[in-house]
Each structure stands twice: as structure tokens, then as C-alpha cells.
Design a protein around this ligand. Sequence first.
Ligand code: AMP
Length: 302
Amino acid sequence: MNNINLSIVGSIGIDTIETPTQKREAILGGSASYACAGAAFFTTTGMLSVVGNDFPESYRNIFIHMNIDLDGLQTLEGKTFRWSGIYEENMDIRKTLSTELNVFERFSPLLPENYQYSPYVFLANIHPKLQLEVLNKVKNPKFVLIDTMDIWINSYKSDLEKVIKKCDMLTLNESEAKLLTKKENLLEAAKYLIKLGPKYILIKKGAQGSLLYSKNKYQTLNAFPLDRCSDPTGAGDSFAGGLIGKLAAINKININTITEAIIYGTVVASFGIEDFSLNRLKKLTLNEIELRVNEFRQINQI
Ligand code: AMP
């Protein structure tokens, strides 16, 4: 059994995605898929999730190929989680067309022993009750990152706030930050969110980069400039996965190491959106990541 340095709970989905130019049906997606794919470049990463017995073997092999530990992945009788969405012209606005929870309605995370001692935990986008269940089963984690989505903010706000309180860092996108705080100004939103408990608030702004707020200070980081974006689905998950994977590898937490980790998250996400599903990430190498990190540093002079 491998020592798991980073445990990630989230969804594994079979997605149907429509962009202004293309449509892909039944492709591999889900917050845990993208997050683990981003993290496993840097550290031993275990996936806590569930699939149905319809889950294709070829998709499972992608996780294995990417060195993601699957001891925490359950297979239940029934259908895998399914989600479909459509992007508007500029790819910034997405509408969810359908969500079928399927096996997630019966999912109770079981943590193999080597996951229970993982110092780093990422509670990727999934029902806040499941996020809390996982967190309660990890013994003394060193650093916990949480992400969420509009449906949990709208319907399970008090469950969500209960779990956020126990986390070290909260990441969410601009519209989710405004929805959760009811504040239009992002700095005001970050100041409100920090009072919920986490020491670090990271607001994702898509192609505009991200804003990190901690200890009364904030800093912004650009996204990596790309002239091609095939599908932005999962960008937030691979960004956060890359970030916490790199942080777990550095294994030291302060504003400088977090900034360094954000650079790696930004770069991993920029590769992810070059193609649908995990198609680009599964071919990506650490060397390509390092080259783009250097390019990012040159562009931004950091
Ligand atoms: P993102 O683009 O970062 O919001 O992530 C999109 C991925 O999240 C897709 O691959 C979906 O399968 C998955 N997803 C969509 N809705 C949900 C939900 N309610 N809970 C968990 N995962 C979801």
C-alpha cells in the first residue's frame, strides 16, 4: 500500500458537453477526475469517489495511467453520475442542462487506512455533507482545501458553512463568491469569506486569473495566456488539484509556497482546457509543465 500524501474527494462523471463549435457525449469528467489528474503530477494522490457498474474500463485505465491511487474508489450497482452542460459564445458562461446523481445518492466514503493519515486533503466539488464525512475521517490533516458549486450554496448553505469552517483554504469562482456572500465587490466578498474560518481565500476569475486573500492582504495572479480553449470544463478542478498537489510536494505552508503552488495550478489548468475531458492532461509530462511555468514566470516577471 502506498502512503497517500493527498486525499481528494469529489465526483466522477460521465459528461456531455456542448461548446459553440463542438459537442462531445459520454466523456470522462467530474471534479475528482480533474482534481486528481492535476495533483498526481506532484504527489501520491488517492481518489475518494464512486462509479456505477456501467463505468468504462478504458476510463478507469486513464486514472491508472496517471498514477492516481484507486483504493478509495468504490463501484456500486447502478449508473455513474452524469452531467451535461452548454457553453455560450465566449465560453465564460455555462448552463447546466442536466445532473443525474445516480450512485452518488447512496455513496458513503470509505477511507482505506493509508488515506486516513494523509496530511493534505482536497474536498473538491461535491455535496457538503460528503465533504464533512471525509474530513471527519482524516486524522489531523496538515492542510485542507475546499471547493464548491452554486447548487450547494443555494440549497445546502448551512452544511457548506459548517465544513468551510474546518478548512484552511477556500477556493471558489467569482460568481460563487458573490452568491455565497451576497457582495458584488470581490475584495469585500473575500473579507466576508475569511470570517467563515479559512486562513486563505482564493477566488478564481477564469481567463482573468485569480485573487488570493489572507491576513488583510491580497494579491492577484494572471492566468496563462492561451490562444486556444477547446473546453473549459474542469479548469477550476485541475487548477485546485495542481495547486494542492504542488503544495503537498513542497510540504511547507506560507504565503510564498502557496503563491508558488498557484503558479503550478494555473499552468496545469491551462493545459487541461486545450482539449476535452482528460485528453490533454493524460499525455502531459512534468517537463512540459516546468517549461510553461518558466514561460509564465517570464511573462509575469515573478
Ligand atoms: P468545473 O468546470 O470546474 O465546474 O467542473 C465540471 C465538472 O464537475 C464536470 O466534469 C461535472 O461532471 C462535474 N459536476 C457538475 N455538476 C456537479 C455537481 N453538482 N457535483 C459534483 N460534480 C459536478
